[in-house]
Design a protein around this ligand. Structure first.
Ligand code: KIV
Ligand code: NA
Length: 275
């Protein structure tokens, strides 16, 4: 079997061919995207997309582990990165290590991701010095929705730039192997990409980032509302609704199942109905 792409390999892709990534939440989609992506992220966005939570804040660690293990089982080539959910890493480096180690051991993933810049630098160093590759996530950090007061693009005023640049610098110096830059003014995302020596993975950021990521369901047209930065590469919701409508009509009219979908008898003496 093929060996997987590793976090250090992603790290070496700085300034090279763009890094391709998408989210995956279960084995089925992991299998579909595995040949085409460099890494797949088991994002805590699964709480909203798959489980109907209003934000990512309520997502439990055990849920991330269940989905992470499924994605690892469903893939063989791409690096699998699993999000640390809100409340599982912020308190201290030691608690972050304990929970991240559980994620690595119980899913078989190759790296974890956590949100935060300067405030998480010490934890990023603690984990990466102890065998846990860390992808950082700065700019719009959805787990902080309650302190941010909503989901709003960051760095659209130059007065905000220094803070976000310091976040990028801090996670790079702390040993993160890559950093997601989400919902950040294009000019700033491009500038940060030039300033730091680890790959930047953009989402609502810049085409100049070292890679891009999108939520799979968003780009497939399965999500009812999507942010401006999502390009829809398919409209699968329409296809699903059409298929389900046709199925319902065929069941109600007894056109499904057809002869080819039912099992005949193997022995010769089959009695005709009513004899
Ligand atoms: O949870 C998620 O899907 C993410 C990506 C959007 C970066 O963190
Ligand atoms: Na996330």
């Amino acid at each position: 079997t093929a060996t997987r792409i590793t976090a250090p390999e992603i790290r070496t892709r700085k300034g090279g061919a763009p890094i391709v990534s998408l989210t995956a939440y279960h084995a089925h989609t992991a299998r579909l995207i595995d040949p085409h992506v460099d890494f797949m992220l088991v994002g805590d966005s699964l709480g909203m997309v798959m489980h109907g939570y209003e934000s990512t804040v309520p997502v439990p660690l055990d849920l991330m582990i269940m989905h992470g293990a499924a994605v690892v089982r469903g893939s063989q080539r791409a690096l699998v990165v699993v999000d640390m959910p809100f409340g599982s890493y912020e308190e201290s480096p030691a608690i972050a290590f304990r929970n991240a180690a559980r994620v690595m051991k119980e899913t078989g993933c190759g790296a974890i991701k956590l949100e935060g810049g300067q405030r998480m630098a010490e934890t990023i160093r603690y984990l990466s010095e102890r065998g846990i590759p860390v992808m950082a996530h700065i700019g719009l950090t959805p787990q902080s929705v309650n302190t941010l007061g909503g989901y709003r693009a960051q760095g659209r005023h130059e007065s905000e730039w220094a803070e976000i640049e310091s976040d990028a610098q801090a996670v790079a110096e702390a040993g993160a192997f890559a950093v997601v830059i989400e919902g950040v003014a294009e000019l700033l995302a491009a500038r940060i990409t030039r300033q730091i020596d680890i790959p930047t993975i953009g989402i609502g950021a810049s085409a100049d980032c070292d890679g891009q990521i999108l939520v799979l369901e968003d780009m497939l047209g399965l999500s009812p509302r999507v942010p401006k930065f999502v390009k829809r590469y398919a409209e699968l919701a329409d296809g699903i609704a059409d298929a389900v409508k046709t199925y319902a009509e065929e069941v109600r009219s007894r056109r499904f199942p057809g002869r080819e979908h039912v099992y005949g008898m193997r022995n010769e003496r089959v009695e005709a109905p009513g004899t």
